[in-house]
Design a protein around this ligand. Structure first.
Ligand code: DGY
Length: 321
C-alpha cells in the first residue's frame, strides 16, 4: 500500500520536479497539461494533503471554501499569488506558499529583452526577414531609440525590480524607482527613490513594472498616469496584466504618444486584447518571464521544499498565509 501523502499537481511540471514528487508523495499529475476548472480541482483534490497550482488556476474564495478538509496546504508554483484568495485560505487554516527569489534573474532578463526589443523595434525587423520583406539596408529605416544612458523608472523595487536596476546599470541607465517604502540603500544599487508615483513617471523615459497585482495596483497604469510619462516613453510589463489599463495603453501606442511597449503579461491570458496584435510598436511575449530551464526546476524544488516543511510540521520558508 502506498502510504505517501497524496498531492494534486494542477499542471505538468519539469521532469526533475515530477520525479521528486513521485519519489516523496503520491502525486496526481496532470499529464495532458490542460487547465482544470474549479469543479475538477475540487473533485481531484479528494483526499490530498496539498494542491500545487500554477498562476493559471484561480483559487478563489469559493473554490477554497469547497476544497476537501484533507487539504492542508497550497504550495503554488509561482511567485505571484493574485490567483489565490489568501483570506479564504487563512479562514480554513490552509497554509499557502509561493516561490520567491528563484525567478528574479530570469524575469529581469525578460524585462531587459522587452526593453531592448521594444526600443530597437526588434520584432518588426525579425518579421521583415521571416516574411522576406527586407528591401535593403537604409540609413533612415527601422530607427529605434537607444537605451544607453537614459532614465529607467521601476515601479516596485522588490526582488525582480532590484535585479532589473542592476542590469540597467550595465547599460549606464539612470535608475529611478517608486515603491511603497524606500528600500534599504544597499539594495537600491544607486537608484533614486520617489515617494510619489507621479514624480517617477515624469522622469521615466523607460518604465518597467515589477509590482504585484493587488487591489491597490489594479489598472495602476491608466490614461492619467500614461499622460505623465515623457513623450516617446517605452513601457515594459513583466508583472501582471491587471496592473495596466489596456484601453489606455493601446490608445497611447496607437497615437504614438508612447514610442513602444514590451509586454510579457496581459489581462485575460491567453486571450489577450486583439488590438495589441495590430500594433507594430508592441513587442509581445507569452508570459515567459520565468521560462528558463534552471528557473522552472528551482521553482518546483522551492514549492516542494515548502510542502516538505509543512508535512514535517516545520514552518515553510515562503508562507503567505
Ligand atoms: C510567477 O511565478 O508569478 C510567474 O508569473 C509565473 O507564474
Amino acid at each position: 500500500m502506498n502510504d505517501r501523502p497524496a498531492v494534486l499537481v494542477t499542471r505538468r511540471l519539469p521532469a526533475a520536479v515530477e520525479a521528486r514528487l513521485q519519489r516523496d508523495y503520491a502525486p496526481r499529475l496532470n499529464l495532458d497539461d490542460r487547465i482544470f476548472g474549479a469543479d475538477e480541482i475540487i473533485e481531484l483534490a479528494a483526499g490530498v494533503i496539498a494542491v500545487i497550482p500554477c498562476h493559471t488556476e484561480r483559487l478563489s474564495a469559493d473554490v477554497i471554501a469547497r476544497l476537501p478538509d484533507s487539504v492542508r496546504a497550497i504550495c503554488s508554483f509561482s511567485v505571484g499569488h493574485d490567483h489565490i484568495d489568501l483570506d479564504a485560505a487563512r479562514a480554513r487554516g490552509i497554509v499557502v506558499t509561493n516561490t520567491p527569489d528563484v525567478l528574479s534573474n530570469a524575469t529581469a532578463e525578460i524585462a531587459m529583452l522587452l526593453l531592448l526589443g521594444a526600443a530597437r523595434r526588434a520584432h518588426e525587423g525579425a518579421r521583415m526577414l521571416r516574411t522576406d520583406t527586407w528591401a535593403d539596408w537604409s540609413a533612415i529605416g527601422q530607427l529605434g531609440i537607444e537605451i544607453t544612458g537614459k532614465r529607467l523608472g521601476i515601479i516596485g523595487m522588490g526582488r525582480v525590480g532590484q535585479v532589473m536596476a542592476r542590469r540597467a546599470r550595465g547599460f549606464d541607465m539612470q535608475v529611478h524607482y517608486y515603491n511603497r517604502r524606500r528600500v534599504d540603500p544597499d539594495l537600491e544599487h544607486g537608484a533614486v527613490y520617489h515617494a510619489e508615483l507621479d514624480d517617477l513617471l515624469a522622469q521615466s523615459q523607460f518604465l518597467s513594472i515589477h509590482c504585484p497585482a493587488t487591489p491597490q495596483t489594479h489598472r495602476l497604469l491608466n490614461a492619467e498616469r500614461i499622460a505623465r510619462l515623457p513623450d516617446d516613453a517605452v513601457v515594459v510589463n513583466t508583472a501582471r496584466g491587471a496592473v495596466v489599463d489596456d484601453d489606455a495603453l493601446i490608445a497611447a501606442l496607437q497615437s504614438g504618444r508612447l514610442f513602444a511597449a514590451g509586454l510579457d503579461v496581459f489581462n485575460n491570458e491567453p486571450q489577450i486584447d486583439p488590438r495589441y496584435r495590430e500594433l507594430d510598436n508592441a513587442f509581445l511575449l507569452p508570459h515567459i518571464g520565468s521560462a528558463a530551464r534552471e528557473t522552472r526546476d528551482a521553482m518546483g524544488f522551492r514549492a516542494l521544499d515548502n510542502l516538505d516543511a509543512i508535512v514535517a510540521g516545520r514552518e515553510p520558508r515562503d508562507r503567505l498565509a
